[in-house]
Design a protein around this ligand. Structure first.
Ligand SMILES: C[S@@+](CC[C@H](N)C(=O)[O-])C[C@H]1O[C@@H](n2cnc3c(N)ncnc32)[C@H](O)[C@@H]1O
Length: 241
């Protein structure tokens, strides 16, 4: 049996039949992660504290409901927090968090190219979502312009003390892309503590945020408990256990 598999493998490695198989492989890969997402939802939906599944119409205006739920239920309004947003665009979400945390010692970091998406994403093209750095009149806010892959390592090194503070971190992943989301998660890993929050904005996109999440939790020693999901798991929030 082993010899047959070895023969098939060597044959396929040697002859360029991949051109024929490629479209099927792409489809199978999509199907695999979509199926994984369906199983994940079935397994996890009962433990959520807030969940609107199933909802026939997508309504992203409910995002603040999720933020407010976490903020109110986990005492984040008056306490010191470190808020880190990956994918700021015009700053809609960033502005919500800064307006709804009243502690003057909190820090708010926003990472973005501010030159648009670095890769195509679904119907969006590289360069879409270009925007100027938002103007926010609050000294707690810092925006870091550039690719996460170019800016994040240095920024964390230079501000390590802030990332090590014993206070809740809210990590908001809204970069849409698999590569960006996985990179952000892996860089934040050493600073994650029990009780930190991770919010995904497009969690139910199988080959992007969901795939990044799946690979992160299966490769790193981290336990994330889902607490809130809105819009059929588009916006899904976790607490670090
Ligand atoms: C959906 S938008 C963010 C929306 C925003 N959170 C809001 O409240 O409206 C996605 C953003 O992620 C940024 N982005 C994606 N991948 C990135 C990367 N690797 N480095 C820097 N910015 C990235 C894009 O530039 C884009 O502005």
């Amino acid at each position: 049996m082993f010899k047959i598999f070895k023969f098939i493998k060597d044959f396929l490695l040697f002859f360029p039949l991949s051109v024929i198989f490629h479209p099927f492989a792409v489809l199978l890969n999509k199907g695999y992660y979509f199926n994984k997402l369906i199983f994940w939802i079935r397994k996890n939906k009962s433990q959520l504290l807030l969940n609107d599944f199933y909802k026939p119409v997508r309504d992203s205006s409910t995002r603040p409901v999720l933020y407010k739920f976490i903020s109110d239920n986990f005492d984040l309004v008056n306490n010191e927090i470190t808020y880190v947003e990956f994918g700021v665009f015009k700053g809609t979400t960033f502005k919500w968090w800064i307006a709804n945390n009243l502690n003057q010692n909190s820090n708010f970091f926003g990472f973005d190219t501010f030159e648009g998406l670095p890769e195509n994403w679904g119907f969006y093209k590289k360069g879409d979502m270009l925007s100027a750095i938002p103007e926010i009149n609050d000294s707690r806010a810092i925006f870091i312009k550039g690719l996460f892959q170019d800016t994040l390592v240095n920024f964390i090194q230079e501000n390590r003390d802030l990332f090590l503070l014993p206070r809740p971190k809210v990590i908001h992943l809204d970069a849409d892309l698999y590569s960006s989301t996985l990179f952000a998660l892996t860089q934040m890993y050493p600073y994650l503590n029990k009780g930190d929050f991770i919010i995904f904005d497009e969690f139910n996109v199988p080959l992007h945020e969901f795939k990044a999440y799946s690979e992160f939790v299966s490769s790193f020693n981290v336990k994330l408990k889902p607490i809130v999901a809105l819009n059929n798991f588009y916006q899904t929030a976790f607490i670090v256990e």
